[in-house]
Ligand binder design. Structure first.
Ligand SMILES: Cc1cc2nc3c(=O)[nH]c(=O)nc-3n(C[C@H](O)[C@H](O)[C@H](O)COP(=O)(O)OP(=O)(O)OC[C@H]3O[C@@H](n4cnc5c(N)ncnc54)[C@H](O)[C@@H]3O)c2cc1C
Length: 498
């Protein structure tokens, strides 16, 4: 061997045997700073940087966000000086990632968000002509705990009188889904890394629920038509703006959103995303909209609206692609998916009792839910805060933009109105077809391919955790320092239910 060749070989050998602490970690670019993007960054850092020396720390993570604040669909509005959740407002007590994030970030819980319908809430089901069912008015704030318990019991009896044993069948259906969902928190050694959404759902035995409608699933479970067309419909219209034609899985998730023990983060759920990004020391670029992603053979070049280029070895899409105009070179192919737009209108003023055929605003329930009727102009109206008998803040969900005329019919006075048109969640259409998680066979990943299974803060975190593990494992197979990028196997031990 010529001396020059021998020297080159020696240098190559020396380079490959350098301690990993000085090798450069691949740069990971993430588009979107909602729960999917922020928790992905958290999991990648947590899994690779929490045991120094044992593993290569993947800490070169850059998140691009087109808005001026992180959180995405976890966002707040301020009306009349008070702050309310504008998007994702409630978190289930069995959402273990969200619970762990809040505790890690010291974020205080707020129980009983005003829009949740727990046993104390005053709920009415409106069919466009009349209230077909109503729970009792809430007990006065000064009432004793015994009085509250009796009140809650009476409400349960009222519900039982109307819907009978079907209520228990509904609870069993939701419980069955939740138990299967809990398998996503199992310890890492017993939980595979999934390369497709189908695999991920089949493993937890939730896939079949995405292939049939909620209506079909509940009929199979023996629920009465009465319960499905009233209470169940009210809940799916509130939580997903859609009918019982959504998939069984999205429906079960939506019904779980009326369980007891729901919570939110005091001051806004968006703080989970902001906190995870802050705590992980991630590079966050606000007001940076990515317009194109090109694969150059060695890395991805992300171009932003203002013309800046960012190069990275790994690119992750953490937002639904369905209504975005990002151009991909080479092109990527995903099944078409419609997003359900939910028009969220906040009003400070007073509801008009005459619209509901009542004499006084104090007779209108705090949460008005609706059944599925084509001419009903809203899905729900809930009281978020009561200032006086004459002034409250309301949140109204509707499937189309409410005109001023309509609002003036429903509200007798409006001091302030804020309108948001959310491309809110997928229009669930079973049998669901899922986009790939790996979009190009290299290192372009799509977290929100999971979203047509269900769309929540927690499902975003569960999908992101899988993508984090997938990136780590695929990087370790494709890099010379493979053996050093590893996840500590006992990591999930801090996830548990009390
Ligand atoms: C009205 C409403 C009520 C809801 N209620 C609940 C609830 O009570 N509980 C619950 O758990 N879930 C609820 N959800 C669903 C929940 O909000 C979502 O499933 C979840 O927040 C999605 O998070 P994500 O990170 O996947 O996407 P997003 O939160 O949408 O984040 C994506 C981010 O990417 C950014 N982005 C997009 N394109 C680009 C680009 N080209 N360049 C840079 N940045 C880009 C966006 O600005 C956004 O910040 C609700 C949603 C809505 C709309």
């Amino acid at each position: 061997m010529a001396p020059r060749q021998a020297l080159l070989l020696l240098l190559a050998w020396l380079f490959l045997s350098l301690p990993t602490s000085i090798s450069t970690p691949p740069r990971i670019c993430v588009i979107g700073s909602g729960i999917a993007g922020s928790s992905l960054a958290h999991f990648i850092k947590h899994y690779t940087c929490s045991t120094p020396g044992r593993t290569q720390c993947l800490d070169d993570i850059h998140i691009f966000e087109r808005r001026d604040r992180p959180g995405g669909r976890m966002a707040t509005v301020t009306i009349g000086g008070d702050v309310f959740e504008a998007g994702a407002s409630i978190i289930h007590p069995k959402n273990l990632h969200a619970l762990r994030f809040a505790s890690l970030l010291n974020l205080p819980h707020k129980s009983k968000p005003a829009s949740s319908d727990d046993s104390d809430s005053w709920v009415g089901i409106w069919d466009g002509d009349k209230f077909i069912f109503e729970t009792l008015r809430p007990p006065p704030a000064s009432s004793s705990s015994l009085y509250r318990k009796i009140h809650s019991l009476l409400n349960s009896l009222l519900l039982f009188r109307r819907y009978g044993f079907s209520l228990f069948k509904m609870s069993a259906f939701v419980k069955g889904m939740l138990e299967k969902f809990l398998s996503y928190y199992k310890e890492l050694e017993s939980r595979p890394v999934f390369t497709t959404v189908e695999e991920m759902l089949q493993w937890s035995e939730l896939y079949e629920l995405t292939q049939r409608t909620l209506q079909e699933e509940l009929e199979n479970a023996g629920l009465s038509a009465h319960l499905i067309s009233e209470l169940v419909t009210v809940i799916t219209r509130i939580n997903y703006g859609q009918s019982t034609g959504i998939s069984g899985l999205a429906g079960a998730v939506s019904l779980a959103g009326s369980d007891d023990g729901l919570w939110s983060v005091e001051g806004g759920n968006w703080q989970i995303a902001a906190g995870l990004i802050n705590q992980s020391n991630i590079f966050l670029y606000l007001n940076e909209e990515i317009t194109s992603i090109s694969y150059t053979g060695a890395s991805y070049s992300l171009k932003s609206k203002d013309g800046t280029n960012h190069n990275c070895e790994v690119a992750v899409i953490a937002t639904p692609l369905d209504e975005l105009n990002i151009s991909f070179t080479p092109p990527v192919s995903i099944p078409s998916r419609r997003l359900q737009h939910t028009f969220t209108t906040f009003m400070r003023g007073l509801i008009n009792p005459k619209y509901f055929g009542l004499k006084s605003a104090s007779e209108v329930p705090d949460l008005v839910g609706t059944v599925e009727k084509p001419d009903l102009p809203f899905s729900s109206i809930s009281v978020l805060k009561e200032y006086t008998d004459e002034e409250k803040t309301y949140k109204m969900f509707s499937r189309s933009a409410p005109s001023d005329d309509l609002l003036d019919q429903i509200f007798s006075s409006r001091k302030e109105t804020i309108r948001i048109d959310w491309p809110a969640y997928p229009h669930f259409e079973p049998p669901e077809v899922f986009a790939p998680i790996i979009l190009d066979g290299v290192h372009l990943y799509y977290i929100n391919s999971f979203e047509n299974a269900a769309s929540t803060i927690e499902t975003g975190a569960v999908a992101a955790e899988n993508v984090a593990r997938l990136i780590i494992s695929r990087l370790s197979n494709s890099r010379p320092d493979a053996q050093t990028i590893k996840i500590p196997t006992n990591d999930q031990k801090d996830l548990h239910l009390d």
